[in-house]
Design a protein around this ligand. Structure first.
Ligand code: TK8
Length: 338
């Protein structure tokens, strides 16, 4: 009795070990490069660290993640083109500069779309997020998961802005994205598209007056050194996409793909958690660094919303009516207004 049980236990152990070896055999030694436009102390750094540890753990140390920060491998758009060409594995990028590659992504750039992080998470991690992700391989990239860039706020070096009409004439950098360009022109600014990597220098030399980004980016990219005024507009929530080169993805085994997908979600959860925690700390730090904060009264926010309302219409054909309708229907469901 004891003997048979021992034999079967030993057999079980041997089988498990064999299965383990078989799975390990499907995992090769790989160095996966991931680039970012932001700095390592941005919450994406925390997410990448978690993802890296998770990959090492699940692959017995074979899958390595090597991160490049501050646009060291080029900006969002350039890095994404490298993924499409199969010369770089991964990028964590804003969706916004990629609308020239896949116009439907512009849906996330529509002004005043999401009201809070919970709405964004529900839409991005749900059926709508999948609907968008399913289209991305057609453009040469695989979206592992949606990370957080966050709600964006306006900064400038010219004057305190708390009213809609105080925006008039400000020279504001926007991402390389027609929807942002249109929104900021509609609000009366002199908007100009530019890659993120050029923003600090352009602000420093006063080639532009202002820019807009989430508080954690304004803080970790030290934009407070060249910007005096912060306006709490929360005019858009932009997601990050954790993209993998489709060409290189197709060369991975199913085990490797599963590890990458699962670990990107571990990274995403950490990144969102830290992003939300750091948001308040960044706000305090920006004030400590001498930035002057203006809140926008509800009536003034309404004016900004009204000024940009026609942006939805004007970009409907490019983004796709179905895509916009789907997202609006999801939001109505979440808000209980359908
Ligand atoms: C970082 C960017 C960036 C974005 C922008 O590469 O361009 O303003 O918000 O922070 O993805």
């Amino acid at each position: 009795m004891f003997k048979t049980r021992l034999v079967s236990i030993l057999a079980g152990v041997a089988l498990a070990a064999l299965a383990g070896t078989a799975a390990q055999a499907q995992i090769k030694e790989r160095n996966i490069r991931v680039s970012n436009g932001i700095n390592e102390d941005h919450p994406v750094g925390n997410g990448v660290a978690k993802m890296k540890a998770c990959m090492a753990d699940k692959s017995g140390g074979k899958l390595k993640l090597q991160a490049f920060w501050g646009g060291a491998l080029g900006g969002d758009l350039q890095a994404t083109q490298a993924l499409r060409a199969g010369t770089q594995e991964m990028v964590i990028t804003s969706s916004s500069p990629l609308v020239g590659i896949m116009p439907e992504l512009g849906v996330f750039d529509l002004p005043f779309l999401f009201s809070n992080e919970k709405e964004a998470d529900t839409v991005l991690d749900g059926a709508f997020g999948k609907y968008i992700s399913d289209k991305l391989p057609g453009f040469g990239v695989v979206n592992l998961s949606y990370w957080e860039n966050g709600f964006r706020n306006l900064t400038n070096s010219k004057r305190a802005v708390s009213k809609a009409d105080e925006l008039t004439g400000l020279k504001v950098r926007v991402m390389q994205n027609n929807i942002f360009l249109d929104s900021f022109k509609s609000m009366g600014t002199n908007a100009t598209p530019m890659a993120f990597g050029e923003v600090f220098a352009a602000l420093e030399t006063h080639a532009i007056d202002g820019q807009e980004n989430p508080l954690v980016t304004i803080d970790t990219s030290k934009l407070y050194e060249v910007q005096k005024y912060l306006t709490m507009t929360r005019h858009a929530y932009t997601p990050f996409l954790a993209l993998y080169s489709k060409k290189l993805w197709d060369q991975l085994s199913a085990e490797e793909q599963t590890i990458l997908t699962d670990c990107s979600i571990v990274g995403r959860d950490e990144e969102r958690r830290v992003s939300r925690e750091l948001n308040d700390k960044s706000f305090e730090n920006l004030k400590k660094q001498g930035m002057q904060v203006s809140e926008v009264a509800p009536a003034e926010l309404t004016k900004m919303r009204e000024a940009t309302a026609a942006v939805y219409q004007r970009h409907e054909a490019t983004i796709g009516k179905e895509t916009i309708e789907r997202l609006k229907a999801d939001l109505a469901k979440i808000r209980g207004t359908n």
